[in-house]
Design a protein around this ligand. Structure first.
Ligand code: PXG
Length: 460
């Protein structure tokens, strides 16, 4: 292999140099420097290898993005061929190129028929930045420029840039760097933690009605859109009760507020449907996409628009004052095209829906259904969350649930499986190509990590 770096350096050497130059994501850098990060050097299928030669089953698809797993030669070949043919050009200067045209043809053949246009970006954060400007522009074109406010949800996640983190509801992010004007938030539909005495259905409706109350408080004439993840990803893989989305959709339509689904994690087959809003059965006006669009092989995202919005912007909007150097990048587009073809032609999304998804959830219920540490198992397709609980009867959570979940994650690494912790929940989102045997291994190693955690928590 001809790698542009020296792949045989010592782990400690890499770690020292990493500490000298990098600020990592969402971490106390000083503490990480003392510990030293794991150095990942190779990926194949669902597996990763670190610089010590230790192998891990990646139960998180990288960061919820490697739908096809690692090492797919069709994707690397598509990238190489496109680099040879046309490594870069742009969509400024009245130009375009075949890779992006063919990608969009395929993308819209997979999407429901009421979407027609896309603005490509390099990431999910950018997709949501673009969203705010596009939604506001749409209302300007319709003669309602005062419709500017975006409503998001507490504990929602829409990215790390300033406006995207403001749309999101992670307060600790708002505290670091501030908010932007014209953004408001309502509660998340997290029944297990916040549902109290209400049934899930009652709680789902109650949370949705908060949107109506917020719109009335702000004035519908001032509200541009409501943004939410169909299920919360980074916030803990939280599924809303079934009553939630129909009520949200009714409210958005009643008050002429655009319904903006952030499909960055839910899109491209994760739930067994192509897009998560199809699983939950609602019809958003916009979709923010990224991650699984390229299986993470290259950075690419986008904002998908309904025909109604695109018609207004294209036919009546005049100049759209927006553009990114790498929007629709030919190499990323070629990889996305190869990725979507593989997901479609190899029947992978259908396999998640009909075979591996149900298999994973049956297994999880068998293994964790009566586990003393687990109060709830959520998810569908290749997506699951295990909720830690101190008292199942009252749904009382551990005061130190965050630490316990982090410990469980660490046990997972020791056992050779990567699972993610958020608050008191353990999350799994393996590559969509996972076989039944790999799911067996994922659940088996996760059980060992959860059992070890249960012992610390005094539950085993
Ligand atoms: N929207 C959603 C719903 C996301 O999950 C973004 C936007 C931002 O995408 P970019 O490409 O700008 O990162 C995300 C990203 C985690 C985790 O640990 C989740 C994300 C990113 C990093 C970590 O759950 N989601």
């Amino acid at each position: 292999m001809n790698l542009p770096f020296e792949p045989q350096r010592q782990t400690r050497d890499y770690q020292a140099s990493d500490a000298a130059h990098h600020i990592h994501a969402f971490v106390d850098q000083k503490a990480l420097n003392a510990e030293g990060p794991r150095v990942m050097v190779r990926g194949e299928g669902l597996y990763l290898w670190d610089s010590e030669g230790k192998r891990y089953l990646d139960g998180m698809s990288g960061l919820w993005c490697t739908q096809l797993g690692y090492g797919r030669k069709d994707l690397t070949a598509a990238a190489a061929a496109q680099m040879d043919q046309l490594a870069y050009y742009n969509m400024f200067f009245h130009t375009t190129h075949p890779a992006v045209i063919e990608l969009s043809e395929l993308l819209f053949s997979l999407l429901p028929g009421h979407y027609s246009h896309v603005i490509y970006t390099n990431s999910g954060s950018e997709a949501n930045e673009v969203l705010i400007r596009t939604v506001r522009r749409y209302w300007q074109v319709l003669g309602k420029p005062q419709k500017k406010i975006m409503i998001g949800r507490w504990n929602g996640y829409h990215g790390s840039t300033l406006a995207a983190s403001a749309l999101g509801g992670m307060k600790f992010m708002h505290e670091m760097g501030g908010l932007i004007p014209d953004v408001a938030h309502i509660d998340e539909p997290y029944w297990y933690a916040q549902g109290g005495e209400l049934t899930p259905a009652e709680f789902g409706r109650r949370c949705a009605l908060q949107l109506e109350e917020k719109i009335l408080e702000l004035g519908a004439q001032n509200v541009a859109g409501f943004i939410a993840e169909p299920f919360q990803g980074a916030g803990g893989m939280i599924f809303p009760p079934e009553s939630y989305w129909p009520e949200i959709q009714r409210i958005c339509r009643q008050y002429d507020v655009l319904l903006c689904a952030d499909e960055v994690i839910g899109g491209f087959g994760r739930t067994g449907e192509w897009f998560a809003h199809q699983y939950f059965g609602f019809e958003p006006d916009t979709l923010s996409i990224a991650k699984g669009l390229t299986s993470g092989y290259l950075p690419m995202g986008g904002l998908v628009l309904s025909k109604r919005m695109a018609e207004a912007l294209v036919e009546r909007g005049g100049v759209f004052a927006h553009g990114l150097t790498y929007s629709g990048h030919p190499v990323a587009a070629a990889v996305a095209l190869a990725n979507l073809k593989a997901l479609r032609d190899e029947g992978i999304v259908r396999q998640v829906k009909d075979d591996t998804g149900p298999y994973l959830h049956t297994l999880l219920h068998e293994v964790f259904g009566n586990h003393p540490l687990i109060g709830e198992i959520q998810g569908t397709g290749l997506l699951a969350a295990l909720q830690f609980v101190e008292d199942k009867g009252t749904r009382k959570r551990f005061a130190n649930e965050n630490d316990l979940a982090w410990q469980c994650r660490t046990f997972g690494f020791e056992e050779g499986v990567i699972i993610r912790s958020t608050l008191g929940r353990m999350i799994m989102a393996p590559a969509l190509v996972a076989s039944r045997a790999e799911l067996d291994e994922l659940v088996d190693k996760t059980r060992i990590a959860v059992d070890r955690t249960a012992r610390i928590a005094g539950k085993l």
